[in-house]
Design a protein around this ligand. Structure first.
Ligand SMILES: [Zn+2]
Length: 266
C-alpha cells in the first residue's frame, strides 16, 4: 500500500510535518497476523493423507486458508488458497482497504493447487520462494498442468530465493520462513512473532489432518518421506523453543479457533 500511503500523506500536510510519512508502507507499529478463508475441501476418502492406511475410507473436511501478515515495513501474503478463491480473497482484503496490488511480499508454503490458486493476483509483489520449489513449479510437467495458469505470471515477478535454512523477511526476526521440505521439494513453514498473539507457527502442509501430528503420519503423495519426518522434528523443536502456537493449516478446528477476518490474531 506504499503508493496509497504516500497519496494520503501528500494530501495531509500535518502528516508530512509530523514525520509520519516515513518510508513505512503502512501505519502499523507492530506485526499483525490475519487468517483469511480461501475455500474448503470435502474429501470423501482421505486415504492419500497417510501412507499407513490410517485414513482409508474416512471422510475428512479441510479448510483452505490464506494468511496476511502486516509488518511496519510491508504486507506479506502467505498461501493463496483454491483457484476458486480469487474473489473471496480480494473481497476480504478490501475490508482492510487493501488491494492485491498493495501487497509487497508473497510467499507460498508450497506449490500445490490449493495454495497457489490466487497467486497470480500478486505478480507485482516480491515472491519469496525456495529455489527447489520454484524449479518444480516451472519444470516441463508443471507447465502442462491445468494449474499452471494460476501462477504462471510469478515467473516474471521479482523474486527473493530462500537459499538458507531460514529467511528473515523484514530483517528483524519477526517474520521468518523456515525450509521444511518433504511434502514437496521446497516446502516451507512460517514463524510470526506478534505482540498480541505471541509467536505463531504456520505449518503449511506438514499435517493435513489433526491426528497426523501426534502420530507422525506421512501422506502417500509426499515428495520425500525421510525429509518429511525431519521437517516434523524441526517444526516441533521450533515450536517448543519459541513457545509458538502451532497452526495445522488445513485443520478446521485450528482455523475456526482463530479470530474471524478482518480481526487479527490477538
Ligand atoms: Zn500440499
Amino acid at each position: 500500500m506504499f503508493v496509497r500511503h504516500l497519496l494520503s500523506a501528500a494530501a495531509g500536510a500535518a502528516l508530512l510535518l509530523s514525520g509520519a510519512a516515513s518510508a513505512a508502507p503502512n501505519a502499523l507499529k507492530s506485526v499483525e497476523l490475519y487468517a483469511i478463508d480461501c475455500g474448503r475441501l470435502d474429501l470423501p476418502n482421505a486415504d492419500a493423507f497417510s501412507d499407513d492406511g490410517a485414513y482409508k475410507g474416512m471422510a475428512k473436511k479441510m479448510v483452505v486458508p490464506c494468511y496476511l501478515i502486516r509488518h511496519p515495513k510491508g504486507d506479506l501474503v502467505w498461501d493463496t488458497g483454491l483457484p476458486t478463491s480469487k474473489q473471496m480473497l480480494t473481497d476480504q482484503l478490501k475490508q482492510l482497504g487493501l488491494a492485491p496490488a498493495d501487497v509487497e511480499y508473497l510467499s507460498l508454503s508450497h506449490g500445490h493447487f490449493d495454495h497457489i490458486g490466487s497467486a497470480g493476483l500478486f505478480a507485482g509483489a516480491t515472491w519469496i520462494v525456495d529455489p527447489d520449489e520454484k524449479a518444480s513449479l516451472f519444470n516441463e510437467a508443471a507447465r502442462k498442468s491445468p494449474q499452471f495458469a494460476a501462477y504462471a505470471s510469478l515467473e516474471n515477478a521479482k523474486a527473493k530465493l530462500i537459499e538458507a535454512p531460514t529467511f528473515d523477511v523484514f530483517g528483524d526476526k519477526s517474520v521468518v520462513i523456515y525450509q521444511a521440505p518433504g511434502h514437496t521439494p521446497g516446502h516451507t513453514v512460517l514463524l510470526v512473532r506478534t505482540k498480541g498473539a505471541g509467536n505463531v507457527l504456520l505449518t503449511g502442509d506438514l499435517w493435513h489432518v489433526a491426528e497426523s501430528r501426534a502420530a507422525k503420519r506421512v501422506p502417500r503423495f509426499n515428495f520425500n518421506r525421510a525429509q518429511t519426518l525431519q521437517s516434523y522434528e524441526l517444526a516441533e523443536k521450533l515450536a517448543a523453543e519459541t513457545k509458538a502456537k502451532v497452526i495445522r493449516q488445513h485443520v478446521p478446528e485450528d482455523f475456526d479457533a482463530l479470530p474471524k477476518f478482518p480481526m487479527p490474531l490477538k
